[in-house]
Design a protein around this ligand. Structure first.
Ligand code: TGC
Ligand code: FAD
Length: 388
């Protein structure tokens, strides 16, 4: 029989359309040529490579699923997933940048914004000229966003915004922030622009995870936001949660890329590392570990592909996204840690990718709903009992 591809044992590639394969190849090339040569150094230095933004925009990776009339690539959901997978094969920080810009900032402007807001912001955001961030989480507890303290009060034609947001990806890079605030009519979204008096961002330092990504706290001290910057077409928690469903969908694919990167590098290493007169890959202990990684990667690939097909049919449900986010991030973090172990001492430096991915995935397993939150969403679905 023809040898199988160790990172695609079930030939998922053959289930993709020509266009989807082309998207995957294009982003894979970008990761190989532009991300991998610099990313270890970016992580060490705690630097997000802003120089890659114009190229990501050029490739159509920002707001990739939104319509072409707003300057976007109009890709389907599976293609967007493949974008996330190939970017995260480079680094979770690069995929985070694309997730936040696309699913958490451009999507709400598209889905909940006015036509003027769409026209004003989306083409510039697709071009990478306007960068966005998404402020939902607050310092007192991100898992329970319904309990938010940030509030907006009507003042004539404007809104006055007060509060704080924590752990915000792209915070100090961003030109605009999509900020969710409590109002007399429930939670609403506002486009807060950099430079509006009273709006400040403060970068989070000392991170051991997602070091090649900007993370910030945002502060709002009587920020005057015009009515034209309120997202008019949604009220309530379903606004931000609807954005999270889009981003979480992409995050089910991303960690497959991180796991593939770790697995590939470690398999090669194990074939070449000779101990007790044979490569460690020739020991049963290491082979079982590598085989088990291949098994788990294959399952995750099938899960995300089917999820993507459901999304493209318009029938994907949030619980299905929760199951895949939980499974696939858990799969990747476990694989990254096991790969780190197989590399021995060599595994503790960023010369090899597993420790970087393992550390990054500590954020991925926490953000966009912690593993526990997703387990409880699935638990609620199967029992009909809300345990939050
Ligand atoms: P509940 O009060 O029952 O529902 C409120 C309304 O929302 C609807 N809904 C959803 N809609 C779309 N997508 C979803 N996933 C939805 N989940 C719920 C729901 O139907 C209801 O609508 P309506 O019309 O009846 O008002 O809320 P719940 O009990 O379902 O929510 C509880 C819980 C814990 C699941 C939710 O609060 C939650 O998901 N918490 C976690 C918060 C979270 O994930 N934060 C992430 C912040 S952003 C981030 O981390 C970015 S990192 C990005 C990067 O760098 O890549
Ligand atoms: P908490 O909600 O305080 O949770 C603490 C612990 O309690 C967790 O282990 C949790 O699983 C557990 N827990 C919660 N509820 C229950 C329960 N009912 N039963 C049992 N255990 C429970 N947020 C944004 O809005 N925008 C961003 O761009 C963004 N980017 C991020 C980037 C990074 C690098 C990180 C680390 C976070 C980012 N976040 C962002 C925030 C992220 O979404 C939150 O960290 C996450 O939702 C968890 O909130 P928390 O950190 O306040 O933890």
């Amino acid at each position: 029989a023809t040898p199988l591809n160790p990172t695609d044992l079930y030939d998922i590639r053959s289930m993709l359309s020509d266009e989807e394969r082309m998207v995957q190849d294009t982003v894979a090339r970008f990761t190989d040529e532009r991300v991998l040569p610099i990313i270890g150094d970016c992580f060490d230095k705690g630097r997000f490579p802003t120089e890659l933004i114009p190229e990501m925009a050029e490739l159509g990776l920002l707001g990739s699923s939104l319509p072409v009339e707003y300057g976007c690539a109009g890709m389907n959901g599976v293609s967007y997933g493949l974008v996330c997978q190939e970017l995260e094969r480079g680094d979770s920080g690069i995929r985070s940048f694309a997730s936040v810009q696309s699913s958490l900032c451009m999507y709400p402007i598209y889905a909940y914004g006015s036509e003027e807001q769409r026209k004003r912001w989306l083409p510039e955001m697709a071009a990478g000229k306007v960068i966005g961030c998404f402020g939902l989480t607050e310092p007192h507890g991100g898992s329970d966003p319904a309990n938010m303290k940030t509030n907006a009060k009507k003042d004539g034609a404007d809104w006055i915004l007060n509060g704080a947001k924590m752990w915000i990806t792209n915070g100090n890079l961003a030109h605009i922030a999509i900020v969710w605030a409590q109002t007399d009519e429930g939670i609403q979204g506002f486009i807060v622009e950099k430079g509006m008096p009273g709006f400040t961002a403060q970068e989070v330092h000392k991170k051991m995870s997602l070091r090649a990504s900007v993370t910030s706290a945002l502060f709002f001290d009587n920020v005057r936001v015009p009515e034209a910057n309120r997202l008019p077409n949604v009220k309530g928690l379903k606004g931000p949660l609807g954005c999270l469903t889009q981003a979480r969908y992409g995050i089910t694919w991303g960690p497959i890329g991180a796991a593939i990167a770790c697995f590939t590098e470690t398999t090669e290493y194990a074939k070449n590392r000779t101990l007790f007169q044979r490569p460690i890959a020739a020991t049963q202990a290491v082979q079982i570990k590598l085989a088990d990684m291949a098994r788990r990667i294959t399952l995750a690939q099938l899960l995300s592909l089917q999820l993507g097909r459901l999304k493209d049919k318009g029938v994907m449900q949030p619980t299905q996204v929760s199951l895949a986010k939980w499974n696939n991030v858990r799969m990747a973090i476990d694989i990254a840690r096991e790969c780190r172990d197989i590399l021995g001492g060599a595994g503790i430096t960023t010369e090899h990718c597993p420790i970087r991915h393992a550390l990054n995935l500590e954020s991925v397993i926490t953000y966009e709903g912690t593993e526990t939150v997703h387990q409880l969403v699935v638990g609620r679905e199967v029992t009909g009992i809300n345990a939050f």
